[in-house]
Design a protein around this ligand. Structure first.
Ligand SMILES: Cc1ncc(COP(=O)(O)O)c(C=O)c1O
Length: 447
C-alpha cells in the first residue's frame, strides 16, 4: 500500500484509506475537458469523473461565484434564515423541471437526495391517511446511492455486499436492457405487485453506471406513469446522473411524455464544483404534506445552505449562457456517430447505447455475445488500456446479464468540442485494439 508521501516531506502519521487496489496518479489541476497529473501526464476526462464534472474543469465563473458567496455568507441554517441563493435556485429548478414540479429541497449528495425522496413519499402517504404505504420498488440493476435507504433501493450485489444486514428487501422490476426487456414485460411485472403497501416505484430514467446508459423502450414510462396513477403509487425518478442537461434535455424524463411525482438530482447541479443535490416535487405531493405538518421536518445540515445554493445557481446560469443542454444534444449526436463507428471496428463491443452525452459500450464475447467470464476482468482491462491512451472512462454494465457483464460509460463534460470528441474516439479505438490483442494472445477463448 502506498502512502503517496511527496519526496522530501516527513512521513505523516495520518493517511487516506486506499479506495482502489491500484496505484493512482496525483491530480494537479484541471482545465476544460482535461485533467493533469503531477507526473506531467494529461488525461481527457471522458466520463466527467463519475459523470459529475459537467462544466469541465477550471471554470473561473464558478470559482468566483463560490468565493463571493463564501465571503458574503457561506452558512445560515434553513430553520433560522431564508436565503436568496436557495430561493433563486429553487425558482430555476422549477423553471426547467418537467410538468408542474416546483418545490425543491437540497442536500449534499445524490444518496441523501434519494433519502429525502423516500421521506417525502412516506410523508405524503401519511398525510393522505395511508401510513401503511412504506414499501418501495426499484429495478434489478440500478444504483441509487450508498446511504442505507438509497442502498436498499440499489440493485447491484457488489455495492450492497457487506451492508446487506442493514438493508430492506424491496421488490424489483427488471431493468429493460435493449435486447432483453419490453413494455409487455413491465406490464406483466407490475401486475404481479400488490400496490397496497407500495409508496413509490423508483427508477433511473436512463441507466447510470450499473446498467450502462440503458434507454427504456418507447412507451415504458408512459405505461409506468399510468400504472402508478391507477394504483395509488408514486413514481420517483432518480436523475442524479442523467439530469441537468446530460442527455440533451434539462431532465431525462423530458424525452418522454411522462412526469414523475418526485425528481431527484445531483452531480450536474454543481458540475462537480461542490457537494450539492436535491429533490423537486409538485403541488400534488407538497400540498398534503404542508397541510398536514406546515413544513418538512427532514433534511441535512447543508440542506438549502447558501454556499451550495449559490454554486447551483452559478452552474445553472453558466449552462444557460453557453446553451449547454442544447449542446449536449448536438455534440451528443456526433459522439454517438463516432462511438458507433468505433464499435463497428471491434467485435468485442456488443452494444453502444445512451442519449446525448451519456453513453455506454457493453463488451461481450464474439460471436456468441455472451458476457466474458468475470475473472477475466474485461472492464478493468479496458479502463487501464484507455488510461494508457490518456483517456479516463468509468466502469459500467456490471450485472445486466444475470449478474454479469462488462462495459464502460462514456460521458464527457458538456463543453467538449468536436475536435475533442474525435480525440476521445481515437483513444477509445486504440484502447479497444490493445484489449483485443491481449485477448488474442492470452485468451479467453472465444466461443
Ligand atoms: C443514479 C444515481 N443515483 C444516486 C447516486 C448517488 O449519488 P452520490 O454519490 O452523490 O451520493 C448516483 C451516484 O453515482 C447515481 O448515479
Amino acid at each position: 500500500m502506498s502512502t503517496a508521501q511527496p519526496a522530501g516531506e516527513p512521513a505523516a502519521r495520518g493517511a487516506l484509506l486506499p479506495v482502489t487496489a491500484r496505484e493512482l496518479p496525483i491530480v494537479e489541476r484541471g482545465a476544460g475537458v482535461y485533467l493533469y497529473a503531477e507526473d506531467g501526464r494529461r488525461y481527457l476526462d471522458g466520463s466527467s469523473g463519475a459523470v459529475a464534472a459537467n462544466l469541465g474543469h477550471g471554470n473561473e465563473t464558478i470559482a468566483e461565484a463560490l468565493a463571493e458567496q463564501a465571503r458574503t455568507v457561506a452558512f445560515a441554517h434553513r430553520t433560522q434564515f431564508r436565503s436568496r441563493p436557495a430561493e433563486q435556485l429553487a425558482a430555476l429548478v422549477g423553471e426547467h423541471a418537467p410538468g408542474e414540479l416546483r418545490w425543491s429541497l437540497f442536500s449534499s449528495s445524490g444518496s441523501e437526495a434519494n433519502e429525502l425522496a423516500l421521506r417525502i413519499a412516506m410523508a405524503y402517504w401519511a398525510a393522505r391517511g395511508k401510513p401503511e404505504k412504506v414499501e418501495f420498488v426499484s429495478r434489478s440493476v440500478s444504483y441509487h446511492g450508498s446511504t442505507l435507504g438509497a442502498l436498499s433501493l440499489t440493485g447491484q450485489p457488489r455495492r450492497r455486499a457487506g451492508a446487506e444486514a442493514l438493508l430492506h428487501g424491496f421488490a424489483r422490476l427488471h431493468t429493460p436492457v435493449p435486447d432483453a426487456g419490453s413494455v409487455a414485460d413491465l406490464r406483466a411485472e407490475l401486475q404481479r405487485l400488490d400496490p397496497r403497501g407500495i409508496a413509490a416505484v423508483v427508477t433511473e430514467p436512463i441507466g447510470g453506471a450499473s446498467s450502462g446508459a440503458v434507454v427504456p423502450p418507447e412507451g415504458y414510462y408512459e405505461h409506468l406513469r399510468g400504472w402508478c396513477d391507477a394504483h395509488d403509487v408514486l413514481w420517483i425518478a432518480d436523475e442524479v446522473m442523467c439530469g441537468f442537461g446530460r442527455t440533451g434535455q434539462w431532465f431525462a424524463v423530458q424525452h418522454w411524455d411522462a412526469v414523475p411525482d418526485v425528481l431527484v438530482f445531483g452531480k450536474g447541479v454543481s458540475g462537480g464544483y461542490g457537494p450539492l443535490a436535491g429533490i423537486v416535487c409538485g403541488d400534488r405531493i407538497a400540498e398534503p404534506v404542508l397541510t398536514d405538518r406546515g413544513f418538512v421536518d427532514f433534511g441535512h445540515t447543508y440542506s438549502n445552505a447558501p454556499i451550495g445554493a449559490a454554486l447551483g445557481l452559478a452552474v445553472v446560469r453558466e449552462m444557460r449562457r453557453h446553451r449547454l443542454v442544447e449542446r449536449a444534444g448536438e455534440i451528443g449526436t456526433l459522439l454517438r456517430a463516432e462511438l458507433d463507428a468505433v464499435a463497428g471496428r471491434h467485435p468485442i463491443v456488443h452494444q453502444r447505447r445512451g442519449l446525448g452525452l451519456l453513453h455506454a459500450i457493453e463488451l461481450a464475447c464474439p460471436p456468441s455475445s455472451q458476457p466474458f467470464p468475470a475473472e477475466h476482468g474485461l472492464t478493468q482491462r479496458l479502463l487501464a488500456a484507455a488510461r494508457a491512451e490518456g483517456l479516463l472512462l468509468y466502469p459500467a454494465v456490471q450485472g445486466v446479464r444475470n449478474g454479469r457483464g462488462d462495459g464502460v460509460l462514456i460521458a464527457p463534460p458538456l463543453i467538449i468540442t468536436a475536435a475533442e470528441v474525435g480525440e476521445l474516439a481515437r483513444s477509445l479505438d486504440a484502447a479497444l485494439g490493445t484489449l483485443e490483442e491481449s485477448l488474442d494472445s492470452s485468451g479467453p477463448e472465444r466461443s
